[in-house]
Each structure stands twice: as structure tokens, then as C-alpha cells.
Design a protein around this ligand. Structure first.
Ligand code: ZN
Length: 369
């Protein structure tokens, strides 16, 4: 029997976003509508995807990650009669926005429960992965860090020991990294564009985690213009081995597609090739490890964002019937982008260094302390 990919989906996902820019909010909602449309047009909805209706999580779950005072501020913002900005200018709260956040969180929790119940490997929610939110602050369209809430949910519900967050959004996963900076049981790996003045400015290769957790926070800063070849070589070399070393029971993947070459906010030249393969590699590795994999939509504001998500959906699926695969490929076919050999080489040595640091951390040796 065909194994279907659970996709957490609510019509509500096409009706909100947290940017202070109306234009970005519109682009976001368009992306959500277009993604659903593509699932339907390609036949994936009929053969291969199982829609899972999200449930609302209780407010308490946010407090597992965020300070009480910060949550109080969110509750107050939620009750105001008009939208307000809750950070330095990027992130907007609107009346009733907490319900939408709790729907995203609850959707991810339900998706994980679904994977456990059905003995399935991977699931996807096209909205979520608000990786810039830290314990005490909102940032970059992220009022709450739903990734960390999902990790905390899994800790409480399933009692697993080790967790990994793999983040390929064009922006560094700074909030998630800061929340788990000193937690040796949460491995974070972030691939992101890195350049002077590019948001958020963190994610250097030498940000490795603090105290006992040193070596469990891995960053791959990618220079502007990085293409599929360099990205995929680095991803393929680093991610499966790092996950095999760390052996997490849950992998949360922030699969933002704003590194696509068409994205108005990005600085990379990735195409659907990268998104398909990154998702496929994650799914294959999770399967090998017997881990659960929850993929989250992350950022993406360009005209091809929905197609890049379709490519990821295909990567998360193990089997797709021939005719559906043909229809899907029409939408995701793009010429892969290349890189100068020097860039590929530099990233290769960076990845080797990161694997060494992780190996030291996992084997309990702290050579540099
Ligand atoms: Zn982003």
C-alpha cells in the first residue's frame, strides 16, 4: 500500500502572517494558496499526501520556551484593538494573533503524534519554523519559536533524549541557536546566507555552543551567490554524518525556501534542485536512524516559493506514481546552478572542521577547555 505523507493544513494558513510589511504578508498568503493549488493540480493530494487538520495548542506550551513576562506581553498585544509592532520593526501582532500561533504549534504537535502513531518517518507543515524568536524577544516575523516548542513537546510527551534542528532558511536560525546554546542534547545545524549587512548577521562558523554544549551548534555561512552545487555538496557531506554521530530521535527541519534565486529577500542562487535533495537526504537519514522528521515551511517570499515547497514535498515522499511525478516535474524543473571550485573546496574544509567539533562533543572530549 502507498504510504502517504502527512501534511498539516488549514485554510487559515492562507489568511495570516506576522510581517509589518503588507506586501510581504500578501506574498506569504499567496505562497500558501499556490502550494495547496500545486498539491491539487499535480495529483499529489489524491495519491500521496494525507492532509492533517491542525488543533490549537494550549497557551501553556509557549511558556515551555518563552519567559512568563514575554508571554504576558503577547497576551496583551493579542487583546489590543489594532495591530502593533512587537520588535524593532519587523514583526507584527494583530488582534487574535495568538490563536493563529497556537494553531501552528498545535499542528506541528499533532503531526508528530501522527508519525508516532502510524510508525511513519516524515511529515510536513508548510507554515512554521519561526526560527528568529528567542526566549525574551520577537524578531524577523517570528513572535514565538515554534521549533523549540515542538522539541519541548516531544521531551514531555515522548521523553526522548536527543533532538536535532536542521535549518536551511536563507537567514541564520539565531533564535533557535540562542535557546539551545548551552543544551548538549539539542544539535542545531544552520545553512544560511552570510554577508555584511545581511539579516540577522549571526551564524559564523565559530559559533559552536556554550559550556557542555560546545560543538553541538553548527553553522555553515554561505557567501552571496552560492548555488546548488556548493550548497548540496556541503549539505550531503555534513548532515547525514552529523545526524548519525548525534543520533537524535526527532529531527525538526526548517525548510525555508528564501535561498531560492528568485527570492526578493535572499542572497543565494539555489533552485528547486537543492530543495528536493535536501528534503530527500533528511528523509533517508531519518529513516536510517529510526528518527521522526518534521519539516516546516520557513521563509520564502518569491514567485517560485510554492514550487520550491513542492520540490521539498516530493523529497519527503518515498514513492510517487509515474504520472504524478511527471506532472510534478513540470513545475519544479530548473537548471541547477553551479559554483567556482574554490567555493566548493572552502565549504568542504569548513564541513570537515564542524564534523570534528561535533565528534569531540559527542565523545565527551573537550580538547580545548
Ligand atoms: Zn528567512
Amino acid at each position: 500500500m502507498q504510504e502517504r505523507l502527512p501534511v498539516s493544513w488549514s485554510e487559515r494558513f492562507t489568511q495570516f502572517f506576522f510581517s509589518s510589511s503588507d506586501e510581504l504578508n500578501r506574498a506569504w498568503m499567496e505562497r500558501m494558496r499556490a502550494y495547496y493549488q500545486l498539491l491539487s493540480e499535480t495529483g499529489l493530494l489524491e495519491c500521496c499526501v494525507e492532509l492533517v487538520e491542525p488543533r490549537e495548542a494550549p497557551l501553556e506550551h509557549i511558556k515551555w520556551v518563552h519567559d512568563d513576562e514575554y508571554v504576558e506581553m503577547l497576551v496583551e498585544a493579542d487583546r489590543l484593538p489594532a495591530p502593533i509592532t512587537i520588535d524593532y520593526g519587523d514583526t507584527r501582532a494583530y488582534p487574535g494573533f495568538l490563536r493563529d500561533i497556537l494553531l501552528l504549534i498545535g499542528g506541528e504537535e499533532k503531526l508528530l503524534d501522527h508519525l508516532v502513531e502510524k510508525g511513519a518517518v516524515a511529515g510536513y507543515q508548510p507554515f512554521g519554523g519561526l526560527h528568529h524568536a528567542a526566549r525574551r524577544r520577537a524578531a524577523g516575523f517570528c513572535p514565538v519559536n515554534d521549533i523549540a516548542v515542538l522539541v519541548e513537546y516531544a521531551r514531555r510527551r515522548y521523553g526522548w533524549k536527543r533532538y536535532a534542528v536542521v535549518d536551511i532558511d536563507v537567514h541564520h536560525g539565531d533564535g533557535t541557536q540562542s535557546i539551545y546554546w548551552e543544551d548538549p542534547n539539542v544539535l542545531t545545524i544552520s545553512f544560511h546566507g552570510y554577508a555584511t549587512g545581511f539579516y540577522p548577521g549571526t551564524g559564523r562558523f565559530d559559533e559552536l555552543g556554550g559550556g557542555e554544549a560546545k560543538g553541538t551548534k553548527l553553522n555553515v555561512p554561505l557567501p552571496p551567490g552560492t548555488g546548488d552545487r556548493a550548497f548540496l555538496e556541503a549539505f550531503q557531506r555534513l548532515v547525514p554524518e552529523a545526524l548519525q554521530l548525534f543520533r537524535p530521535q526527532l529531527i525538526v527541519a526548517q525548510l525555508g525556501v528564501d535561498g531560492h534565486r528568485d527570492d526578493p529577500l535572499g542572497i543565494l542562487l539555489l533552485t528547486t534542485t537543492s530543495y528536493y535533495n535536501a528534503a530527500r537526504i533528511l528523509r533517508e537519514t531519518a529513516e536510517k536512524l529510526g528518527a521522526k522528521l518534521v519539516g516546516l515551511g520557513g521563509g520564502g517570499y518569491g514567485a517560485r516559493a510554492a514550487r520550491a515547497m513542492l520540490a521539498e514535498t516530493l523529497g519527503l515522499l518515498k514513492h510517487v506514481p509515474e504520472d504524478v511525478a511527471r506532472k510534478t516535474h513540470r513545475y519544479i524543473e530548473e537548471e541547477p546552478t553551479s559554483d567556482p571550485p574554490q567555493r566548493v573546496e572552502q565549504l568542504r574544509s569548513l564541513v570537515e572542521m564542524l564534523l570534528e567539533k561535533l565528534e569531540e562533543a559527542v565523545s565527551g572530549e573537550s580538547g580545548e577547555e
